[in-house]
Design a protein around this ligand. Structure first.
Ligand code: URA
Ligand code: SF4
Length: 204
C-alpha cells in the first residue's frame, strides 16, 4: 500500500529521520512542494506539538511554524511560560499542499489519504523522541495522532490519559488568525494558552 513506510529508517533517531525525509515519495505532495519540512526543537523534549502541514513560508524556508500561525504559536507558548526551544515541533503532513491561484499559492487542507501516507514519519518521531505528552494542534493533527476523527469541541483541553503517551487536543493557531479583528480573539488565545499550560504540567 502507498505511504511513507518504505522511506522511514527503522529505529532512526530524529537526525536519521530528518536526513531521510527529503527522499520520501509516500504520496504525491512532494512533487509540488519546494522541500520537505521536517521538525524543529528538542529531540529529547517531554512535550511534542503536532501541527497540520507546512504553509507557504514554511515550504520556502524548510522550517515548521515560521509563518503567521507560527507567530501565534510562539506568542501562546511564551504566555504559557514554555520555552519554544524545549518542545519538539512537527506536522502531521511534511509537504505543503496548495492550490495555484495565479502567482499565489493557497493552502489546501491535506486529505485523510495524505495524513495516513505521512503517518509513519510521525510514528517514528514519537518513537525517537518519546515525549511525555503529545499536543495536537487542530483536527488534522488529532486524526494523525489518535488514528480516528474527533471533534475539537468534544475533547479540547483534556489530557487523554488512555493514550500512550497521553494526548491533549487543542485549536490550531491558524484558526485563531481568522478571529483576529473580529472578536473572540482574546478568549480563543487564552484557551490555547491554558491548554498549553495543562499539557506542560502533565508532561512534568
Ligand atoms: N501550520 C502548521 O500546521 N504547521 C506549520 O508548520 C505551519 C503552519
Ligand atoms: Fe512523504 Fe509525507 Fe511528503 Fe507525502 S507528505 S511525500 S508521505 S513526507
Amino acid at each position: 500500500r502507498p505511504g511513507a513506510q518504505e522511506w522511514v529508517p527503522s529505529d532512526g533517531d530524529v537526525g536519521a529521520l530528518r536526513a531521510a525525509a527529503p527522499g520520501c515519495r509516500g504520496c504525491e505532495l512532494w512533487a509540488g512542494a519546494t522541500q520537505v519540512v521536517f521538525s524543529a526543537g528538542d529531540a529529547g523534549a517531554r512535550l511534542m506539538l503536532v501541527g497540520e502541514q507546512p504553509g507557504d513560508r514554511e515550504d520556502r524556508e524548510g522550517e515548521p511554524f515560521v509563518g503567521p500561525a507560527g507567530r501565534v504559536l510562539a506568542d501562546a507558548l511564551e504566555a504559557a511560560g514554555i520555552d519554544r526551544a524545549d518542545v519538539y515541533l512537527t506536522n502531521a503532513v511534511k509537504h505543503f499542499r496548495f492550490e495555484d491561484r495565479g502567482k499565489r499559492r493557497i493552502h489546501k487542507k491535506p486529505g485523510v489519504a495524505h495524513v495516513e501516507a505521512c503517518q509513519p514519519w510521525l510514528a517514528a518521531e514519537r518513537a525517537a523522541v518519546r515525549p511525555a505528552v503529545v499536543v495536537c494542534l487542530g483536527a488534522t493533527a488529532a486524526r494523525a495522532v489518535l488514528g480516528r476523527e474527533v471533534r475539537i469541541g468534544d475533547v479540547r483541553g483534556e489530557v487523554l490519559g488512555e493514550e500512550d503517551p497521553p494526548v491533549l487536543v487543542t485549536t490550531h493557531p491558524s484558526a485563531l488568525l481568522r478571529l483576529r479583528g473580529r472578536g473572540g480573539w482574546d478568549e480563543a488565545f487564552a484557551e490555547l494558552v491554558a491548554d498549553l499550560r495543562t499539557a506542560h504540567a502533565a508532561a512534568k
